[in-house]
Design a protein around this ligand. Sequence first.
Ligand code: KG4
Ligand code: ZN
Length: 351
Amino acid sequence: MKSLLILGIESSCDETATALYDSETGLIGHQVFSQIDLHKKYGGVVPELASRDHIRKLLPMIDHLLKETEKSLEDIDAIAYTAGPGLSGALLVGSVMANGLAFSLGIPSVPIHHMEAHLLAPLLEQESAKMPFIALLVSGGHTLLVLVKSKGEYELVGQTLDDAAGEAFDKAAKLLGLNYPGGPEIAKLAVMGEPDIFDFPRPLSKDKGSLDFSFSGLKTSLMYRVKQLREDDALDDQCRADLSYAYQEAIVDSLVGKTELAVTKYEINSVVIAGGVGANKKLRTKMVDVFSKKGVEVIYPSLEFCTDNAAMIALTGLYRFQQGIVNKNYQITVNPRWSIDKIYEGKNAYG
Ligand code: KG4
Ligand code: ZN
């Protein structure tokens, strides 16, 4: 049987990404362009600027990818693109591009759920992420605990009730006068911070049964602390480091604690951690510490597949294409608030 070549396009937030995935040989090329520099001075992603930059970058990136992999448009069997969740304008750019190109080539387009792609990203590297597993998806826009029973069968078991973990890092950095994105900045400062100087609440930790997260109270309590310290003229560099330490501890404890709860509740032996916050060293160390004692494996996709990328979109696109789940009529509609529970309406699309 002829192998299938899938072009993947990702444009849901502030990364423009393209990838080519071959059903026989695997990933043959992928590129990511981050818009961080564009949004830095605003302290967060500006949706309109994001959309315009996706328009500028996407076609040249597809062109470049084809040249680099020595493929042509005619070699492509289907085009997979992120149809949600994400910023509506940014998603529309990818959708219009994917559907226009697919229509002109006479091949199917395949709309992909961005978070499903994150869940399947470990399969880009090791088939050994054994299902069922618990996935903790932690990015600037999402904090989800998902029970992945099998390919196509997902149960959302916990999520943030307000801010995402990455957002909590980003907002804290802003309060402390640090750069965007805030996670790496807070993590860097925290290394120089002293323990036991400050203490922040671990939200919802008393609610023993709940697998949900909440980070907005944490941010508010930092805000009051910073305000007081500024008034007392005490917010020096060491103080910022001590605050970063305590703030990071609170987020990490919350993420580790709820993941542990989910693993126990569903009697799971594998945990996958994905999304930008997964890069946090303290989170990695604590997860491994806690779970190695329990004989539970902790899997991190390598950083290039952990953060937003199109390789995971192309891979998920291949699975869906093989099941015949394609975009009939090249509809460009996107779904900015697509829930992960609603991908297959309870059915396992992969059989
Ligand atoms: O998955 P991602 O690259 O993109 C989207 O959210 O779309 O995640 C970005 C988020 C940002 O909020 C950033 O502050 C956070 O991940 N982040 C980190 C670290 N590196 C990135 N948070 C904590 N520690 C880090 N080392
Ligand atoms: Zn993402």
